[in-house]
Design a protein around this ligand. Structure first.
Ligand code: GAR
Length: 219
């Protein structure tokens, strides 16, 4: 039976599009059964609609606090009966109750080489820090913001004088390879969160995550 995925978004949804395209093939191990946005005008909702995927909006401003929004969000997600929930540019801090409910089946993609540059403005911050490399990370979500066990990282070299926009574009292209790969691994039963350790094929993943370039070069 194929893995049922719900994707949470807040914006343009280019990562959602990459997931849709990658998984919309014969014999796909997973399918996206629902997309939820906390913003009604998120362009990603149009992407979901165009792909024939049911979508919903839940505006956080309609709720008095974070807990009540997250409870309603959880109900909306669970109506889709997901095996896996993917945060794809979902710009909300999640409550411990929500994160605990989806423990081991909630992933995020973050535009930096975690644990560097948690939070926002990651591309400019990598440049300001004088980093030689930058990238993106897929990780299990736990209570610590952008702090859960790392699964997979992809890196790009920063070139002298590079600007944030061009760095962001390079990192985004990486993200479109990283997230579908991790989703496929999960769907195939290859990824687990055991205690606080991410595991791949039953083996603990190093704290810095697997490296896309190692996988591609066959190391
Ligand atoms: C992506 O770059 C993703 O890594 C980032 O938001 C962007 C969403 O783009 N997520 C975060 O910063 C979460 N902390 P998209 O809507 O086009 O997929």
């Amino acid at each position: 039976m194929s893995c049922r995925i719900v994707v949470l978004i807040s914006g343009s949804g280019t990562n959602l599009q990459a997931l849709i395209d990658n998984l919309a093939v014969p014999d796909s191990p997973a399918r996206i059964v629902g997309v939820i946005s906390n913003k009604a005008d998120a362009y990603g909702l149009q992407r979901a609609g165009a792909a024939g995927i049911p979508f919903d909006t839940l505006n956080h401003r309609d709720f008095i606090d974070r807990e009540s929004f997250d409870r309603a969000l959880q109900q909306q997600i669970d109506a889709f009966q997901p095996d896996l929930v993917l945060l794809a540019g979902f710009m909300r801090i999640l409550t411990p109750g929500f994160v605990t409910h989806y423990r081991g089946r909630l992933l995020n993609i973050h535009p930096s080489l975690l644990p560097k540059h948690k939070g926002l403005q990651t591309h400019q911050r990598a440049l300001d820090a004088g980093d030689a490399e930058h990238g993106a990370t897929v990780h299990f979500v736990t209570e610590e913001l952008d702090g859960g066990p790392l699964i997979l990282q992809g890196r790009v070299q920063i070139t002298p004088g590079q600007e944030a926009a061009s760095l962001a574009a390079e990192v985004q292209q990486l993200e479109y390879r990283l997230y579908p790969l991790a989703a496929r691994w999960f769907a195939a039963g290859r990824l687990q969160l055991n205690d606080d350790r991410a595991c791949f094929d039953g083996n603990p993943i190093p704290p810095s995550g697997l490296r896309l370039e190692d996988l591609e070069s066959g190391i």
